[in-house]
Design a protein. Structure first.
Length: 301
């Protein structure tokens, strides 16, 4: 059976042109529904990306290849979002594989949730390490931020394109270039009164492509990004972020001590990453005056 076309949904994929992208594209092409347009924003220089996209085009999918000289996942995602002309947009990442019914489920659910963002399950796949997963089986609606965790997963996300006029685009500040830009955008959305709806039936797999020897550096990168997100709002005197940052700064050495006492290498790596990453990230984020948030006016230019 040929896939249907979700005529009101575009899909944006930011990429640096890694081999992983090919599998992501194939998973979308194998879905029960195709997007009205697939927009791939390519910050790499690998000529194979064009060939992979041409293969998808030959199947009949509407594809747009955007070659970008910018760096950072926020900039790439924003560049794709600017080009969306459909009522709804979905995003995933090049190191993810969408399940066959992913877009079909998203296209059915996102019109029903109103002025909200839809997110879903992100399951680990492969023998390596992956930190961003969520496997809860019950639907949830989040209307406020949580102290203990983030609630949005842009590798599995869809929303009405019009929400960009109230939330704005992802922050492209250099401190958020490698991590933390998604948590900052989610926090900004919730502060703007936009709910985040978790739909467990909308599933992607996040490839565990990084080696376990990289665990500590990966935790450090994530902690720096999270710290940079905190620093941006600490600069503004945000009381919620003050509490959340304080919690994480206290937790970091406790995780390290607990890991050493229990000889748990994962806890040790997490503790080392947070101890060495959070505070430097906060200091960088304190220099973020918000000018990294692209103007909503970009939608009409």
């Amino acid at each position: 059976m040929s896939p249907t076309v979700a005529e009101k949904v575009s899909v944006v994929i930011p990429t640096v042109g890694r081999d992983l992208l090919r599998g992501c594209l194939e998973s979308i092409a194998s879905g029960t529904a195709w997007p009205a347009e697939l927009i791939v924003v390519d910050q790499g220089n690998d000529v194979r990306v064009r060939a992979w996209l041409e293969n998808i085009e030959r199947l009949g999918m509407n594809v747009r290849h955007v070659v970008s000289s910018q760096t950072g996942i926020a900039a790439a995602t924003n560049q794709g979002l600017e080009l969306v002309t459909t009522a709804y947009v979905a995003t995933t990442h090049d190191d993810c594989r969408v399940r066959p019914t992913w877009l079909e489920t998203l296209a059915e659910r996102v019109p029903a949730i109103g002025e909200s963002i839809l997110t879903g399950r992100v399951e680990p796949e492969g023998p390596g390490i992956v930190l961003t997963v969520v496997t809860a089986r019950e639907p949830v609606v989040y209307r406020t931020s949580r102290i203990e965790r983030t609630v949005l997963f842009p590798a599995n996300m869809g929303f009405p394109t019009r929400l960009l006029s109230s939330i704005g685009f992802l922050d492209e500040h250099p401190s958020l270039r490698l991590a933390g830009e998604d948590n900052e955008w989610a926090y900004r959305a919730l502060k703007a009164g936009v709910s985040i709806v978790y739909e467990p039936g909308m599933v992607v797999s996040h490839l565990a492509w990084q080696d376990r020897s990289e665990l500590a550096s990966l935790y450090r990168r994530y902690a720096r990004g999270q710290g940079s997100f905190y620093g941006k709002y600490l600069r503004r005197g945000d009381p919620f972020i003050m509490r959340r940052a304080a919690r994480d700064l206290v937790r970091a050495p406790w995780l390290l001590v607990r890991g050493v006492v229990t000889r748990n290498p994962n806890l040790i790596a997490m503790g080392v990453g947070e101890v060495t990453g959070l505070l430097p990230g906060i200091l960088k984020g304190l220099r973020n005056d918000g000018t990294g948030e692209p103007s909503q006016a970009r939608l009409s230019t």
